[in-house]
Design a protein around this ligand. Structure first.
Ligand code: EPZ
Length: 419
């Protein structure tokens, strides 16, 4: 087992380069199954979810060449399986994108129930509703999902709840379906736009991604023969913006799209932080103890749930009493118990948490409970007085490439130790 040992406090100072977006990459890779050809994808984050997906695609017949640490060329002309390795698909959430992509390509797929961070129930009823409206039969039994469609057809689909995964999955299934499919009440996250841009680069005809109505005109086939660069990771960029604030530092975050960070920028300025927006990089610096704030997580362009734990670390030592309302997930405050071990004073009840600001945090052994909670605990360790040990790194490695190296380059005293 591995752990991170962090000695704080260290004000983070310097520059950090952001990788490609995990939540775009884990959809774009399955989307290659729709292509009868060869394509190249760069700015790919080299994280464990991507590595597992590449293994799944190879087991299904894809040929993958790693041109460098963050670029692959993938040949999906000879996909010879309609079952994804059940043991691998349960290791992460995004395996469900294999359903939309393979329904579009062959009309048949069987995958294991998706895994992923334990944030609550995480149902997939909207995915299934979309597939059925496009003409597929979906059976969920004994931990597997089997989807079959003789011939997918277009339809108008209203999403009962704004869902990133369901929006992308229905888009994947509709790309080669005859006719025009409309997705209404669609999610608008930057990674949804990125998946649509990727598919259009390969010959699809998708309009309106990034708005709440997406129109997909079915095409005969996707040609590939193109190179696509994954969008910079809005959540990784936000993670380092909030790390600058929590650690009382001054950080320039490079290779990001600041338009995607507007809700985080607004909150940092509101609590008294400083932000300099340079379009493709953003500088965040601290010059006084943050004021209290109230946060409500919402679908994009609202404050992202995936930055809620990281914001919690900033509010844990802010002036006064702050409240976070987590509107997306039923159980995303597990990290607050770990912060309380470090001297925070947080009361979490259901989908809300009350943060009584304390003067400082103290180092302690803490356990990551999900990907973003893990990132938050690293930020807390860098900001705290003393030595912090962060366990359960497998969660963090799913979504952040070389995270301890990035923090070390910003001055943090952080080591990864094999126990
Ligand atoms: C994606 O999860 C992200 N994961 C999550 O990021 C992120 O927290 C979430 O979107 C919200 O932005 C990936 O992209 C791989 P949803 P997803 O479908 O697609 C309910 C991270 O840290 N819902 O947008 O699973 C659901 O329960 C991860 O990178 C249904 O009720 O999220 C939730 O309350 C964690 N039925 C809400 O919708 C459905 O069929 C939003 O979920 C689908 C979802």
């Amino acid at each position: 087992m591995e752990k991170l040992i962090i000695t704080g406090p260290t004000p983070l100072k310097g520059e950090v380069e952001i990788n490609g977006a995990k939540n775009a990459a884990v959809a774009i890779l399955p989307a290659t199954l729709l292509i009868d050809g060869v394509c190249t994808i760069n700015n790919l984050p080299n994280i464990s979810d991507v590595q597992i997906l590449c293994k799944i695609l190879e087991e299904m017949g894809a040929k993958i060449t790693w041109n460098n640490n963050n670029e692959i060329t993938i040949d999906t002309r000879n996909i010879n399986k309609t079952q994804a390795p059940l043991d691998l698909t349960s290791k992460f959430r995004a395996s469900y994108y294999l359903i939309g992509a393979m329904l579009g390509r062959t009309g048949e797929i069987q995958v294991g129930m998706p895994g992923g961070c334990k944030l609550g129930a995480r149902p997939i009823d909207q995915h299934i509703k979309g597939f059925e409206l496009l003409g597929a039969d979906v059976i969920v039994e004994k931990g597997t999902i089997t989807a079959k469609a003789k011939c997918l057809h277009s339809n108008s689909i209203y999403m009962d709840i704004v869902s990133v995964g369901a929006t992308i999955n229905v888009m994947l299934a509709a790309v080669l379906a005859k006719g025009t499919t409309i997705i209404d009440n669609a999610a608008k996250e930057p990674h949804i736009v990125d998946v649509a841009n990727f598919l259009n680069t390969m010959g699809a005809d998708i309009r309106g991604a990034g708005t709440d109505v997406i129109k997909i005109n079915g095409v005969e086939k996707l040609h590939g023969d193109a190179t696509y660069s994954v969008v910079p990771d809005q959540i990784e960029a936000g993670t380092f913006m909030l790390a600058a604030m929590a650690s009382k530092g001054d950080v320039l975050i490079k290779n990001c799209i600041t338009k995607h960070l507007e809700s985080i920028t607004a909150k940092i300025v509101e609590i008294g932080g400083n932000v300099e927006d340079n379009g493709d990089s953003i500088r965040v610096w601290y010059n006084k103890r943050p004021n209290k704030s109230n946060i409500k997580t919402l679908p994009y362009p609202g404050f992202p749930t995936d930055l809620q734990p990281q914001m919690g670390v900033v509010l844990a030592t802010a002036n006064g009493t702050s409240i976070i309302n987590e509107s997306i997930w039923e159980s995303r405050f597990q990290y607050t118990a770990e912060l309380n071990k470090m001297g925070a004073n947080i009361t979490a009840q259901g989908k809300s948490a009350i943060f009584e600001g304390v003067d400082e945090l103290f180092g302690a052994p803490v356990y990551s409970t999900d990907l973003r909670a893990g990132a938050a605990l690293i930020i807390a360790g860098v900001s705290a007085n003393g030595i912090t040990e962060v366990y359960n790194l497998q969660y963090i490695d799913r979504g952040y490439e070389n995270i301890e190296e990035k923090f070390r380059k910003l001055g943090a005293n952080i080591q990864r130790i094999k126990e």
